[in-house]
Design a protein around this ligand. Structure first.
Ligand code: DON
Length: 305
């Protein structure tokens, strides 16, 4: 497996030159655009990695998977999906248009920025610090990594420049999707996006989802099977934004990307995959990361379809 993964890294790193590292969050622009790494965690707990798999990056939108799990655990599926839909969108991840034009005025799904901000507003906790502590604790649990923390520089960069997200959040407050203090909700959202991880951490989250909510390394159940099923389904239809259909055809497994260059994939009953390649395509997905997943899916016959 290591041999296969190394070959795939060698074959696909060239695509990075066709992409660009995210710069709309200034701190992200410091990443080395030619990095590419991958880790696979199988359901019997084996891990196989290649390339720049130890490099740390901020998980950005991959955190939307984590907060969706927690929001459903806290509120039940009905209450979450009253506030946020489960339909794909053909628009960009930070688009505002559907919030006003669609009725009801709720975000189309939990994987776009508006939907993730609405989702995190549902997570229980006395104040923003306590809510984020719960998110961090849960992230440490599902990665099996007690050292997971945030990247303070990315968090500050995001907080200073997150005006599009502020616009989305204040609009949702005006339509009753978000209750309470918008700045508190946004602060937790900026922090969840700034959680730092590597390919191994991400592949472990994928393995937990692939294993229907049970940690493969010790058999502990952390979420009910139905939560894992909902999250994986929404990852297939919405996880790669307006490229979700393309990825469903060409990779065929539930995936979630982040503008930090990470991709989380969960191959039901088989494995979790974590990929990192910070050069992005125009839709905000890792360009070499998508290519490596396409090739791995072909090699190992991973498509669920
Ligand atoms: O809110 C944002 O725009 C970023 N923190 C996260 C967006 C993101 O990762 C979209 N992913 N491809």
């Amino acid at each position: 497996m290591e041999k296969l993964l190394s070959t795939l890294v060698e074959n696909n790193v060239k695509y990075a030159v066709e992409g660009k590292v995210a710069s709309y969050i200034p701190e992200l622009n410091k990443a080395d655009s030619m990095s590419l790494g991958i880790c696979v965690t199988t359901l019997d707990g084996e891990e196989h990695c290649a390339g720049k798999y130890e490099e740390k990056f901020t998980i950005q939108s991959i955190s939307k998977v984590i907060t969706l799990m927690l929001a459903i655990l806290d509120n039940g599926r009905e209450n979450v999906f009253k506030k946020v839909g489960m339909e794909p969108t053909a628009d960009a991840f930070n688009s505002i248009i559907n919030l006003e034009t669609k009725n009801p005025h709720r975000p189309l799904n939990p994987m776009i920025n508006s939907g993730a901000i609405a989702t995190v507003s549902l997570i229980e906790g006395e104040n923003r610090d306590k809510i984020f502590e719960r998110i961090l604790k849960f992230t440490r649990k599902i990665t099996g990594n007690p050292e997971i923390n945030i990247d303070e520089d990315v968090y500050n960069s995001e907080r200073k420049t997150g005006d599009r997200n502020r616009a989305l959040a204040y609009f949702m407050k005006s339509t009753g999707i978000i209750d309470g203090d918008v700045e508190e909700v946004l602060d937790v959202y900026f922090k969840q996006c700034s959680i730092k991880a590597n390919c191994r951490d991400i592949s472990r989250i994928g393995a937990v989802l692939a294993n229907n909510g049970v940690l493969p390394w010790n058999g502990e159940r952390v979420i009910p099977g139905y939560v894992a099923r909902i999250v994986k389904t929404i990852m297939v239809t919405c996880g790669m934004y307006d490229a979700s259909g393309d990825i469903a055809v060409n990779v065929g497994v539930p995936c979630k990307s982040g503008v930090g260059g990470g991709i989380l994939a969960a191959v039901p009953m088989r494995m979790g995959i974590g990929v990192f390649g910070p050069a992005l395509d125009t839709k905000g997905n890792s360009i070499a990361g998508v290519k490596i997943l396409e090739e791995l899916s072909k090699e190992l016959d991973l498509s669920i379809f």
